[in-house]
Ligand binder design. Structure first.
Ligand code: OGA
Ligand code: NI
Length: 322
């Protein structure tokens, strides 16, 4: 039988320590490389920083609307999460990723050595031999509904990890609901419309991303261009190392990393629910030659197999469902 070892990639952290040149499976096609066609620029007008505590005011709601129409993404401040909780959780995840491989692999996302599952530590599934790999490892855990958590997949080192993630997830769920209500209001719907559509049982995953330094940032991407499939992502980024870029009008723009400020982006599912008025942004992560980077994406989505449709209040003869 032909070797299928390509299906089981070495964690990028281990690889980065071994190689001077990234193996060819990481090299992006010319047109997808970070610097080739479209050099990333800083935002033409600064990305709005939305004060979540003031969302009920007309000014803040207008800011949110404009951010979602132009970028599909915004920065959120006064979000109700203590700076110390954000820092402690980042520190705990860094500690998890910096353990010896043997410890990390206790939480592997591979079953029987090669079958990928959604939860656990590792890389994304490798579906084909010519798959271009991202320069990142991750740990993905189901956090909602709370009674569906698989706590045996949650690291028990560092000891604080589980409690910190639990506390953080409680806060981000409230943030997600607050934003869904604000968006419904902006679109002149009933405030509860979007919340009702997710039926009180949103599904959420925490995806901790680990990006080791990469010797050839001009050829490799940490996460290739994509949009998020879920409704909404609440992203905690490394305050010291940037890398997230968002696309608009076929150009790439750097998303600033501001300490204790969350990045919120919409996903494809929500684009369906709002009938395409707000976009699910295409984004990617570039690598850094010197420094490792960590991020935590909390993604919220609807229950499996539920049917998504545009909110009825957004449709009429002039505005059919797209
Ligand atoms: C993702 C993602 C961005 C980042 O996990 O889907 O886009 O900054 N992450 O790590
Ligand atoms: Ni993403």
């Amino acid at each position: 039988m032909a070797s299928e070892s390509w299906k089981v990639p070495t964690p990028v952290k281990e690889l980065a320590a071994l190689v001077e040149e990234p193996p060819s499976r990481f090299v992006q096609r010319e047109e997808d490389r970070p610097g080739s066609l479209m050099l990333a620029a800083d935002m033409p007008d600064p990305l709005p920083i939305v004060d979540l505590d003031k969302l009920s005011t007309a000014d803040e709601a207008a800011k949110l609307r404009s951010a979602l129409q132009t970028w599909g993404l915004f920065l959120a401040t006064i979000h109700g999460i203590d700076a110390s909780l954000m820092e402690d959780l980042m520190k705990a995840s860094r500690e998890f990723f910096n353990q010896p491989l043997q410890e990390r692999q206790k939480y592997s996302n591979l079953r029987e050595g090669s079958r990928f599952q959604l939860e656990g530590y590792g890389s994304d599934p490798v579906i084909a031999q010519d798959h271009i790999h991202d320069w990142s490892d991750h740990l993905q855990l189901k956090v909602e509904p709370e009674d569906e958590r698989n706590l045996d997949q949650w690291p028990n080192h560092p000891e604080s990890f589980r409690d910190l993630l639990h506390e953080y997830a409680t806060k981000t769920k409230a943030i997600m609901e607050k934003i869904l209500r604000a968006m419904a209001k902006i679109l002149e719907l009933d405030e509860e419309d979007f919340i009702n559509q997710i039926c009180g049982r949103p599904q959420a995953y925490a995806r901790f991303n680990y990006y080791p330094p990469c010797p050839r940032p001009e050829l490799v991407l940490s996460i290739k261009a994509h949009s998020d499939a879920p409704l909404l992502t609440v992203l905690l980024v490394d305050p010291e190392v940037g890398g997230l870029q968002v696309q608009r009008d076929n150009k790439w723009f750097n998303v600033p990393s501001i300490p204790h400020t969350l990045v919120i982006n919409l996903g494809d599912s929500f684009e369906v629910m709002n009938n395409g008025i707000f976009k699910s942004p295409v984004h990617r992560v570039v690598t850094n030659a010197e420094k490792e980077r960590i991020s935590l994406a909390m993604t919220y989505t609807v229950e499996r197999d539920s049917v998504l449709e545009p909110a009825a209040g957004l449709l009429d003869e002039k505005r059919p469902a797209r």
